[in-house]
Design a protein around this ligand. Structure first.
Ligand code: HEM
Length: 532
């Protein structure tokens, strides 16, 4: 056991080291960094207003709070206005919180804001900016965006992959039927994550990630861990000169997590390579290539205009997986939670489905192709996305100095689009905190869907390319769950608690646990009894 004098000795060493580090950093700031003064020191610039700042840490103390980050951003917007210049340690960030200012970023200055901030996970920790979501704006990003949109997310591809989504939604229903028969509650958050895992993996890489329950849980944890690690690394990144200390503290997690992701992706890549090799050693006549096959072909083609490395491929699929799974699952969970808390809305959604699927005494299970005719259901999903946007802040970087809202935004400054405040702006949305799907049935909203504040999928050229897929999956799965089951929430609680957890994405704070009560005979939906 350490003696008290040892402890005092340690304490003195820590204080001395910290003081030395601070002194070194200050010296560097004064004598070196002053050659590149921060935008805030340039009197010629008219920067957006700033809340009160502290020396060294700038505005970090405004973000240090026990509430979720989106609430902190929202509180800043309400107290100080829709355009704020913040200094987080040594990093300037502009917080944009109104629909009209977001429209300037997404539309007027789309190209100037088409870049993403550097990945806080640094190259050596994960795949850096080799993927899609954080790829610098340029030829590689244009190539992957085009490939992703045409080969995965176009209307034609979504039509072709419809059977995948149907199988996965029916698989979910069978699981819920089994739970209903056992009279056992189900953790819908887990099941919905498993659904989106499988849909994304099967569509993009022809593989099911969540075949077994344990694996589904592993995948869910992987995405959750990725979000948490990103949040922690971002915090470390903000420490400026001390970021290495932050990285050092996170080193074990930051080493283990990418290794596990890499192992999973390597396995899938090798399966694709083996399959291709056994068919015709990368001849270009493979009949039904998925996105991974296509990228592998490009990577092996010496004539290809764009050089695609193995690391690029793994980073791309990890990005698609992380961007597309928890976001869609969270949105579904929020939608179900709102529906369960509003019995009249639940009834109206079910009635709309019933009217469409019960023709001439013939009942059938709702299908994805019914969605365009389920207007009220669509309104419910849009309203849930508006109130609970899973991505609460879309980050961008200013590539060329420009003016937004009459203020200067210097080149290189990061911009955070405060999606939560934008989608609750009282100038655009009447009673913005109320869940009212009816507003989406009135023409007013459709008129200005983008410009007027529906920023759940971002905007401009870096807007989410998966919005159609996500919207379709959410509508389809929610419709099937409402059509087939009545639901009893959790442990006799009075409705679902609509609280969001901490973290980078907006998920329900507590798992959505409910008891499904089968309310229709699934035989009439031609689902095989043997597979129930
Ligand atoms: C409810 C579900 C989803 C939500 C709320 C959502 C939201 C977003 C947002 C806000 C952005 C940033 C946009 C911007 O900066 O303007 C984004 C980017 C992105 N999303 Fe989604 N997303 C969802 C589902 C999906 C799905 C299903 C996929 C693909 C399978 C996907 C793939 C991507 C990709 C690749 C990017 C990066 C695009 C780029 O940097 O050019 N997302 N998403």
């Amino acid at each position: 056991m350490a003696s008290s004098s040892d402890q005092a000795h340690c304490f003195i060493i820590i204080i001395a080291t910290t003081t030395t580090l601070l002194a070194l950093w200050l010296t560097k700031k004064i004598f070196i960094l002053n050659k590149n003064p921060s935008p805030a020191n340039n009197p010629k610039l008219r920067l957006p207003p700033s809340p009160p700042a502290l020396p060294l840490i700038g505005h970090i103390h405004h973000l240090a709070s026990a509430q979720p980050l989106f609430k902190t951003f929202h509180a800043l917007r309400q107290k100080y206005g829709p355009l704020l210049y913040l200094r987080l340690g040594s990093y300037p960030v502009v917080l944009v919180s109104s629909p009209s200012l977001a429209s300037e970023i997404f539309h007027t200055h789309d190209v100037s804001f088409a870049a993403k901030p550097d990945s806080p996970l640094e190259d050596r920790l994960l795949y850096g900016d080799s993927g899609f979501v954080t790829a610098p704006y340029g030829d590689y990003w244009k190539f992957v965006k085009k490939l992703c949109v045409t080969e995965l997310l176009s209307t034609r591809q979504l039509d072709r992959s419809r059977s995948v989504r149907r199988e996965e939604v029916e698989r979910l229903l069978r699981k819920l039927v089994a739970k209903s028969e056992e009279k056992a509650a189900v953790d819908l958050s887990v099941e919905l994550m498993s659904l989106t895992n499988n849909v994304t993996c099967r569509m993009a890489m022809s593989t099911r990630c969540s075949g077994e329950d344990n694996e589904a849980e592993r995948c869910r944890k992987l995405v959750k861990e990725s979000n948490e690690l990103t949040a922690k690394m971002l915090l470390a990144h903000m420490l400026g000169p001390f970021k290495r200390v932050g990285y050092f503290l996170l080193r074990r997690q930051a080493k283990e997590f990418p290794a596990r992701c890499d192992e999973m992706l390597e396995r899938i890549l090798m399966e694709h390579e083996e399959r291709s090799a056994s068919s015709a050693a990368y001849s270009f006549d493979c009949t039904n290539p998925d996105l991974m096959d296509i990228l592998l072909r490009v990577s092996k083609d010496p004539e290809a205009d764009i050089k695609v490395t193995r690391k690029n491929i793994k980073a791309f699929f990890l990005d698609i997986f992380i961007a597309g799974t928890s976001t869609t699952a969270d949105a579904m969970a929020w939608t179900m939670a709102e529906i369960l808390n509003h019995p009249a809305i639940f009834k109206r959604v079910r009635q709309e489905i019933h009217d469409l699927t019960n023709g001439s005494g013939n009942n059938r299970l709702v299908e994805e192709t019914d969605i365009p005719n389920l207007h009220y259901l669509q309104a419910v999903v849009k309203e849930a996305l508006r109130l609970h946007p899973p991505v609460m802040a879309a980050p961008r970087v200013c590539r060329e100095a420009c003016r937004v809202g009459g203020f200067d935004i210097p080149k290189g400054v990061a911009v955070a689009l405060n999606v939560y405040s934008i989608t609750r702006d009282p100038d655009v949305w009447e009673n913005p905190d109320e869940f009212s799907p009816e507003r989406f049935l009135q023409g007013m909203v459709e008129k200005g869907f983008q410009a007027n504040g529906f920023a759940a999928f971002g905007g401009g050229r870096r807007m989410c390319p998966g919005s159609n897929l996500a919207f379709t999956v959410i509508c389809y799965a929610v419709a099937a769950m409402v059509q087939c089951f009545d639901w009893k929430v959790g442990n006799g609680e009075d409705g679902v608690r609509m609280e969001a957890g901490l973290g980078m994405t907006m998920s329900l704070a507590k798992p959505l646990v409910c008891l499904p009560l089968l309310q229709v005979c699934l035989d009439q939906f031609q689902m095989e009894a043997s597979s129930l």
